[in-house]
Design a protein around this ligand. Structure first.
Ligand code: FAD
Length: 305
């Protein structure tokens, strides 16, 4: 049920483990105000020394320029390693390859490679671009052909909404690894058992790359429940109960959110997990507090502007 432990008894989460690694996910900002919030968050979280920070790629490639601009600014202005998300939706291979080459030229060495959602929306059938990469494994192989990138991919502890079975999801994951992926980041989940069972199944198939749990701190219960529905992640009743009646009480909501996320990550630490990927929603405070509980302390100097 658990990965190897290095400080494991009696409860690893009660000792300050020094082998915790975190990464943070951001989305590219749409407005100047959102850009300001994003950079405040990056500057607050960067000193915690994340393994990398990743920037998402909007559905259908809608944020191509903004993703690139955000990632390039991270390279220029911070000491953290960026990872650019990329999908193969609505683009020919040549276009994708040019984007990938552009990242390499900008100093980016890590890409999170995803197939992406169908253009007609989640639930419809994915149709690859006629000259495009047909799936995520083909995209991974394409990226690796352009240059020697580190490539991360997705994994789905509760199955992808299109999936016939968890076994099929693991077949797809295996294909992405054979194409050159060296890390998987999971869709978010709230029941740790779901992740731990998935991990057991993945390991039983001989897959040994890191399968990093994706953690979403609940900034807004309604919004998180909406995302979860789209992503095929279950929202347990106990979670709904914890946020009941707090829609108009942001102060209590934040305290409850911190407690819920802390409970989840500390339990994972007790099960031997040492790597965490946080879906930050571009907000630092909750994630910073959880990282503090995990034993992380500020350490990196920012590059001079
Ligand atoms: P894959 O891993 O290739 O496939 C997912 C599942 O779909 C498979 O396991 C399988 O069950 C099913 N499937 C795929 N192909 C087939 C097939 N041919 N036949 C039958 N079943 C099939 N989306 C964005 O637009 N931008 C982002 O930046 C972004 N970042 C993400 C980051 C993470 C960590 C995760 C978990 C998801 C992210 N997504 C993002 C969402 C992702 O694009 C969607 O979930 C998409 O529908 C699947 O892409 P994938 O690469 O995960 O698919």
């Amino acid at each position: 049920m658990s990965e190897n432990l290095s400080c494991d008894f009696p409860r690893a989460s009660r000792t300050l483990c020094h082998d915790i690694r975190v990464s943070f996910e951001f989305f590219p900002p749409k407005t100047e105000a959102m850009e300001e919030t994003l950079w405040e968050s990056i500057n607050r979280l960067a000193p915690l020394g994340p393994s990398f920070v990743s920037v998402t790629y909007g559905a259908g490639g809608s944020t191509r320029e903004r993703t690139h601009a955000t990632v390039a600014r991270i390279v220029r202005e911070t000491s953290v390693k960026p990872a650019a998300h990329l999908t193969c939706v609505a683009a020919a291979r040549e276009e994708i390859d040019a984007i990938v080459q552009g990242y390499w030229d900008a100093g980016v060495r890590h890409i999170v490679a995803l197939r992406g959602d169908p253009q007609e929306g989640i639930g419809s059938k994915f149709r690859p671009h006629p000259d495009g990469y047909e799936n995520s494994a083909a995209l991974v192989a394409g990226i690796r052909r352009v240059a020697d990138f580190e490539v991360s991919v997705s994994a789905y502890p509760e199955s992808h909404p299109e999936s016939a079975s968890v076994e099929h999801d693991i077949d797809v994951l295996q294909g992405k690894i054979e194409a050159g992926a060296s890390r998987a980041i999971t869709q978010f989940f709230f029941e740790n058992d779901i992740y731990l069972r998935f991990l057991d199944k993945v390991r039983a198939r001989g897959i040994d790359i890191p399968i990093i749990p994706g953690i979403v701190p609940v900034q807004s219960f309604k919004q998180t429940a909406r995302f979860a529905k789209q992503a095929g992640a279950s929202v347990p009743q106990w979670l709904a109960d914890r946020f009941e009646g707090l829609d108009d009480d942001p102060q209590t909501r934040r305290l409850v959110a911190a407690t819920v996320a802390a409970e989840q990550v500390l339990d994972l630490v007790d099960h031997g997990v040492r790597d965490f990927h946080f879906y930050t929603m571009n907000r630092a405070d909750l994630v910073y507090a959880i990282c503090h509980l995990l034993g992380l302390r500020p350490k990196l100097e920012q590059k001079a502007a």
